[in-house]
Ligand binder design. Structure first.
Ligand code: RB5
Length: 143
C-alpha cells in the first residue's frame, strides 16, 4: 500500500509527522512536497496528490494545508478523487465508511498533531461499507 502525502507551508510540519507515522506503520510513502516552511501555493500540491491517487501511482493520499480547506478543494478538482477534510475521529470513520474517501485532508494550523494522527489511523483502519453508499460514490465519480 502506497500513500502519497502533500502539503503547503501551512501544513508542512504536520505533513512531516503524518509521513513519519505512516512509515512507522509500514506503509510506503511518496512525499510530493512541499519540503520547507517557505511559502508555496496549495493548489499545486493538492493537484499533485490528486493526480497521484487518480492515476494509481498511489493507493491513497493525505493532504495538509493551514486549514485543510484549500488543499482539499484542489484535490477534489481531479476526477476520481474523493477528498474529505476531517477534524475529528468520527469524521474520519465516516469519510471512509460512507464516502470511501481516497484522500484525507487535515489542517496543520487547526488540528493538534496527536488528534491528527488518530484521524489518520481511523481513516486507514475503517472499511468502506458499500451497499447504498456505493451508488452514491459512483455518482460522485461520474461528475
Ligand atoms: C496559507 O497561508 C493558507 O491560506 C493555506 O495553508 C490554507 O489554509 C488554505 O486553505
Amino acid at each position: 500500500m502506497k500513500i502519497a502525502v502533500a502539503s503547503d507551508h501551512g501544513g508542512f510540519a504536520l505533513k512531516e509527522k503524518v509521513k513519519e507515522h505512516l512509515m512507522q506503520r509500514g506503509f510506503e510513502v511518496e512525499d510530493l512536497g512541499t519540503h520547507s516552511e517557505d511559502s508555496v501555493d496549495y493548489p499545486a500540491y493538492g493537484k499533485a496528490c490528486g493526480e497521484a491517487v487518480a492515476s494509481g501511482k498511489a493507493d491513497l493520499g493525505v493532504v495538509v494545508c493551514g486549514t485543510g480547506i484549500g488543499i482539499s478543494i484542489a484535490a477534489n478538482k481531479v476526477k476520481g478523487i474523493r477528498c474529505g477534510l476531517c477534524t475529528s475521529v468520527e469524521m474520519a470513520h465516516l469519510a471512509k465508511q460512507h464516502n470511501n474517501a481516497n484522500i484525507l485532508a487535515l489542517g496543520g494550523r487547526t488540528t493538534e498533531p496527536d488528534l491528527a494522527l488518530k484521524i489518520v489511523d481511523e481513516w486507514l483502519d475503517t472499511e468502506f461499507e458499500g451497499g447504498r453508499h456505493q451508488r452514491r460514490v459512483d455518482m460522485l465519480d461520474q461528475m
